[in-house]
Design a protein around this ligand. Structure first.
Ligand code: GLN
Length: 457
C-alpha cells in the first residue's frame, strides 16, 4: 500500500484506493495463518490486486470511468470479483479506464489521465490503462481488465506486461458494465505469464448468472506451463506458428514494432518451432466492421443510463428533458460519438448497409481464423502499430485513435483467446518503450497460449 500510494501521484492509475479494507482483509489472512489455518487459504491469499472500474464491487464505487455513474456503489460484486475474493485476494482499488471502455489511451476517462510508468509523458494504452499501469508500476501484483476490441492487450503491450483476453464465454460477464455484449470479455493483466495463468484459473468457468458463459471445463493452467529452466534445446519442436501477413505488411506499422515481432518469431524458430507466414484475406475489413458493431451494441446498452436508476440526476422541467439533461451532462464526448454512430447504423434506412453488412463481414473473419488455425497451432502478430504515444497526441483525431485497434479487434469479432507477452523494446522515452507480441489461439485454447507464452520469460 505504501508503494501504491507513493507512486499514485505520478501515475494516477486508481480512481479509488481501498486502503483500510485492504488492510483488514490482509490481517484476516494473517490471523488465519498464525492460527495454523493455512491449509484453508485460497490460490490468491493475500495477493494485492486491482480491479478495472467497469466491474461491480459492493464495497467500492464503480463508475466505469463515467460522470454518469459518479458515486455509484453497486449492491453486488461481479462474478469475477467474487471469485477473486473467494480465492483470498486483497482488492486494493479500482483502476482508471476510458469511459465505458471506449478508447485506446485512457484519456477518455471522465476523471483523470493515467501516465505510462515507462515514460510519464506517454499514455498507458486503453481502455484498461489504469490496470496495466498499476501492474507495471508495482502498485499491485495483478489486475482485472476487460477487452472488447483490445483493451487488455494494447495497454499490456504499451506497459510491458502480460495481458490475456480469454475466449468469449470463458469468464462470466455478470457485473461487467456492458459496452458491446457480443464482444466483451473479462480478463487479466499480470507481471508474468504464471501470474496471469493463476488469475485466469481463479476467474474462469460457468456462471448461472451469465447464460453466455461456457460449460467447458477449466484446466489447471499454471500446471501446464513449460518449465523455463532446464529446457531441452528444442522445446518447441513440432509446434507450428503462423505470422499474420496482413499485420506485418500494413502501412503505418512502425519499424521497431515489426522488427521486435520478427525477432520473437526467430526466437521461436531457434527453440524448434516452425513459423510460416499466414494470410487472413479479410483482415483489413475487421476494423470498419468493429466500429459499426461495437457502437451499435453500445447505443443500446447505454440506454439504461437515464438519471433515474443510477448515478446523478440532472434537472428537467418534465421527465424527457430530465433524461436528456442527465445524459448530456453525464456522458463524455467519445461516448456521445459512439451512441450517435451506433444509433445511425441501426436506424431503419441504414441497417442493411451498415449493421447487417458488418455482421456478414464478422462471419467472414471468423471463417478466415478458423481456416488459418487448421494449419497452425497459434497465430502471431503485433498488438498495435506503434509503442506508447504521447499524451494528447491522438486525442483530437478519433480516426487515428481507432486505427490503432487494427490488430486487436478481429480477435473479438471471432471470440478467440489472445495472450500478449513483452517481446522487445522500441525507440522512444528515456530508456526505450516496450513492444508486445500477440499470440492468438483456437477458442478455449488459453492453455496452449499460456504454455507457449511462458517461453518468453
Ligand atoms: N479501443 C477500442 C474501442 O475504443 C477497444 C476498447 C475495448 O476493448 N474496450 O472500442
Amino acid at each position: 500500500l505504501a508503494k501504491l500510494q507513493e507512486r499514485e501521484p505520478h501515475i494516477r492509475s486508481f480512481l479509488h484506493i481501498s486502503a483500510e479494507k485492504a488492510l483488514l482483509d490482509a490481517e484476516e489472512i494473517d490471523k488465519l495463518l498464525s492460527e495454523g489455518g493455512g491449509g484453508e487459504l485460497g490460490l490468491l491469499a493475500g495477493v494485492p490486486l486491482g480491479v478495472k472500474d467497469n466491474l461491480c464491487t459492493r464495497d467500492m464505487p464503480s463508475t466505469g470511468g463515467s460522470q454518469i455513474l459518479k458515486g455509484y456503489c453497486p449492491p453486488y460484486d461481479a462474478t469475477a470479483v467474487c471469485k477473486l475474493r473467494e480465492a483470498g485476494a486483497v482488492l486494493v482499488g479500482k483502476t482508471n479506464m476510458d469511459e465505458f471502455g471506449m478508447g485506446s489511451s485512457t484519456e477518455s476517462s471522465a476523471y483523470q489521465v493515467t501516465s505510462n510508468p515507462w515514460d510519464l509523458s506517454r499514455v498507458p494504452g486503453g481502455s484498461s490503462g489504469g490496470s496495466a499501469a498499476a501492474v507495471a508500476a508495482g502498485q499491485c501484483a495483478g489486475a482485472l481488465g476487460s477487452d472488447t476490441g483490445g483493451s487488455i492487450r494494447q495497454p499490456a503491450s504499451f506497459c510491458g506486461i502480460v495481458g490475456l483476453k480469454p475466449s468469449y464465454g470463458r469468464v462470466s460477464r455478470f457485473g461487467l458494465m456492458a459496452y458491446a455484449s457480443s464482444l466483451d470479455v473479462v480478463g487479466c493483466l499480470g507481471a508474468s505469464v504464471l501470474d496471469t495463468a493463476i488469475l485466469l484459473q481463479v476467474i474462469a468457468g460457468h456462471d448461472k448468472n451469465d447464460s453466455t458463459s461456457s460449460l467447458e471445463e477449466v484446466p489447471d493452467y499454471a500446471a501446464q506451463l513449460l518449465p523455463v529452466e532446464g529446457l531441452s534445446s528444442k522445446p518447441l519442436a513440432g509446434v507450428k506458428f503462423g505470422l499474420i501477413k496482413e499485420t506485418m505488411d500494413e502501412e503505418g506499422v512502425e519499424e521497431d514494432v515489426a522488427s521486435a515481432v520478427k525477432a520473437a518469431a526467430l526466437h521461436l524458430q531457434e527453440l524448434g518451432a516452425s513459423v510460416t507466414e499466414v494470410s487472413l484475406p479479410m483482415f483489413s475489413l475487421g476494423l470498419p466492421a468493429y466500429y459499426v458493431l461495437a457502437p451499435s451494441e453500445a447505443s443500446s446498452n447505454l440506454a439504461r443510463y437515464d438519471g433515474v436508476r443510477f448515478g446523478p440526476r440532472a434537472h428537467g422541467e418534465e421527465v424527457m428533458s430530465m433524461f436528456g439533461n442527465s445524459r448530456a451532462e453525464g456522458f463524455g464526448p467519445e461516448v456521445k460519438r459512439r451512441i450517435l454512430m451506433g444509433t445511425y447504423a441501426l436506424s431503419a434506412g441504414y441497417y442493411d448497409a451498415f449493421y447487417k453488412r458488418s455482421q456478414q463481414v464478422r462471419t467472414l473473419i471468423q471463417r478466415d481464423f478458423k481456416a488459418a488455425l487448421q494449419d497452425v497451432d497459434v497465430l502471431l502478430s503485433p498488438v498495435a502499430p506503434s509503442a506508447a504515444y504521447k499524451i494528447g497526441e491522438k486525442l483530437d483525431n478519433p480516426l487515428s485513435m481507432y486505427l490503432g485497434d487494427l490488430m486487436t479487434v478481429n480477435v473479438n469479432l471471432a471470440g478467440l483467446p489472445s495472450l500478449v507477452v513483452p517481446c522487445g523494446i522500441a525507440k522512444g522515452g528515456t530508456c526505450g518503450l516496450p513492444v508486445g507480441l500477440q499470440m492468438i489461439g483456437p477458442a478455449f485454447g488459453e492453455e496452449v497460449l499460456l504454455r507457449l507464452g511462458h517461453i518468453f520469460e
